[in-house]
Design a protein around this ligand. Structure first.
Ligand SMILES: [Zn+2]
Length: 112
């Protein structure tokens, strides 16, 4: 399935319709009818949600000790998106809070 912008399509149809105004008379009337039918048909189409690709975080470089924003000693890990290779620093045990890859938008499998 190819997702398109229905509003942009209607704008283009409007331009086509108005392009025939020059000829007037029966052409103009026919183009207005064709435009109305086309726009109604576009509006009657179902709305779909785009499918997000599914991915998962891979622990990339082991762990490194550091301090979180509250000054508590903690372990940091580098996690890598298996779909695009984006690397993110995360607190060990909290990677489940990253439900989507900020780079490619993949929905991440979360299990912790
Ligand atoms: Zn990604």
């Amino acid at each position: 399935m190819r997702l398109i912008d229905a509003d942009a399509l209607k704008t283009e149809l409007e331009k086509l319709r108005d392009g025939w105004n020059y000829y007037g008379g029966e052409y103009e009337s026919a183009m207005y009818q064709a435009y109305d039918i086309s726009v109604d048909t576009v509006d009657e189409q179902p709305t779909v949600q785009p499918q997000r690709k599914k991915g998962r975080w891979i622990n990339k470089f082991g762990k490194e000790q550091g301090y979180d924003i509250a000054g508590i000693k903690t372990w940091y890990i580098q996690i890598l998106c298996d779909k695009c290779g984006f690397i993110k620093t995360a607190i060990e045990g909290h990677t489940g809070q990253y439900h989507y890859c900020p780079n490619c938008g993949a929905e991440m499998e979360v299990k912790e």
